[in-house]
Design a protein around this ligand. Structure first.
Ligand code: SF4
Length: 395
């Protein structure tokens, strides 16, 4: 299985915390779409017969594109990739940019999953983030999505916002659950370098929450969403049964994904690439007939192992057999005695053939991941030292 990602680099207005690449000059949308078709044609040379089970329009704000743009881009992709009849096609939408007509148009174009960046149901928190929409817009967007027939909708929610309290976050969670999205992504605010919010932080104009409050909000999200029937299947992601995001799973299972558009990241086998970040540089490269890649990296065996373990651990667990067959490592042995401690503490489960985190484990995912990577690094060094020693003796 494999996936396709298209980065749409336009937003009506930049949010204060966002470091995704996008610009506010919407007049470039038409030429951008034309260039995106050309990049698709260039990358078609690397297309394989792998079944494409997910296509994702991310950004930026893909809902600034017309339904005809989406339809023509999907046709281009279908002509070169093995797009499956039941492919999941997701489109990120800003609730402030959609109407019944546009949503109907996207659905007719083939989009079958929407992802709304809701973030909060409190106007002061939305204003802090400099979102262009109100809480009412988010409710209305969901109503319209259901009305035109979307039965697979995600909503994003943020916590650890400086104006937020435990009570206001609990109210946002409750409001979101009332709207019955099929999938919820709940993220902690990150102060990304280079954003206006980061500059405010450096000037002392905003005060981040204490780590304990951040952790308390995260714990509240896990408990509340789980009780409401959403299964946590990754650190930040919760889904109703059968509504896990296929696209996310492609990333977390380290499967191939072709990526198009400025700043988009792709992965094919052991090769990773990142496109030129700026629209200008990306356009120039594509128009010259060259792949618009800023960086290309080929992962060695150790890097592939680390990436495989890191991604699976954050999601639905590390498949023990696959690691043994592909990398020659008995992961349960390599992680002792820490593993026994994590299992006894209720943070890790190994009863299903996978080493997976429990709700308790997700709360300390970063700590466990770091320790797992350290232990694996240690055990692969030992294994390689033994191999070298054996080879010397044999020689
Ligand atoms: S709408 Fe989304 S992509 Fe655009 S600036 Fe805001 S968070 Fe970033």
């Amino acid at each position: 299985m494999a996936a396709l990602y298209l980065h749409i680099p336009f937003c009506e207005r930049k949010c204060s915390y966002c470091d995704f690449y996008s610009i506010e000059s919407l007049k470039y949308i038409e030429p951008f779409v034309a260039t995106l078709h050309r990049e698709i044609a260039l990358r078609a040379a690397s297309a394989t017969n792998a079944p494409i089970t997910s296509i994702f329009f991310g950004g930026g704000t893909p809902s600034l594109l017309e339904p005809d743009h989406i339809s023509s881009l999907l046709s281009s992709l279908r002509s070169s990739w093995n797009v499956q009849p039941d492919v999941e096609i997701t489109m990120e939408c800003n609730p402030g940019t959609v109407s019944a007509a546009s949503l109907e148009g996207y659905r007719a174009a083939g989009v079958n999953r929407l992802s709304f960046g809701v973030q909060s149901f409190h106007e002061n928190e939305l204003a802090f983030l400099q979102r262009i929409h109100s809480a009412h817009d988010a409710v209305e967007a969901m109503r319209l999505a259901r009305m035109v027939g979307f039965d697979n909708v995600n909503m994003d929610l943020m916590f650890a916002l400086p104006p937020q309290t435990l009570a206001s976050f609990a109210a946002s969670l409750a409001r979101m659950i009332e709207l019955e999205p099929d999938h919820i992504s709940a993220y902690s605010l990150i102060y990304e370098h280079g954003t206006p919010l980061y500059a405010q932080l450096k000037k002392g104009l905003v005060t981040p929450h204490a780590e304990e409050l951040d952790a308390e909000m995260y714990a509240m999200a896990i408990t509340t969403l789980t009780q409401a029937g959403y299964r946590q299947y990754e650190v930040s992601n919760f889904a109703k049964a059968g509504r896990e995001c296929r696209h996310n799973l492609t990333y977390w299972h380290a499967q191939d994904h072709w990526a198009f558009g400025p700043s988009a990241h792709g992965r094919l086998g052991n090769m990773r690439y990142c496109n030129q970040r700026s629209l200008t540089a990306w356009t120039k490269s594509v128009e010259q007939g060259t792949l618009p890649q800023a960086t290309v990296e080929v992962l060695d065996n150790q890097q592939q192992l680390e990436e495989f373990v890191f991604l699976h651990l954050r999601a639905d667990g590390i498949p023990l057999d696959v690691v043994r067959q592909r990398f020659g490592i008995d992961i349960l042995a390599a992680l002792q005695p820490h593993l026994t401690f994590w299992i006894d503490a209720g943070m890790v489960d190994v009863s299903t053939g996978r080493l997976s985190l429990t709700g308790e484990g997700y709360r300390v995912c970063d700590d466990i991941t770091l320790r797992v990577l350290e232990l694996l690094d240690y055990s692969t060094r030992i294994a390689s030292a033994i191999r070298i020693d054996d080879a010397r003796r044999a020689g």
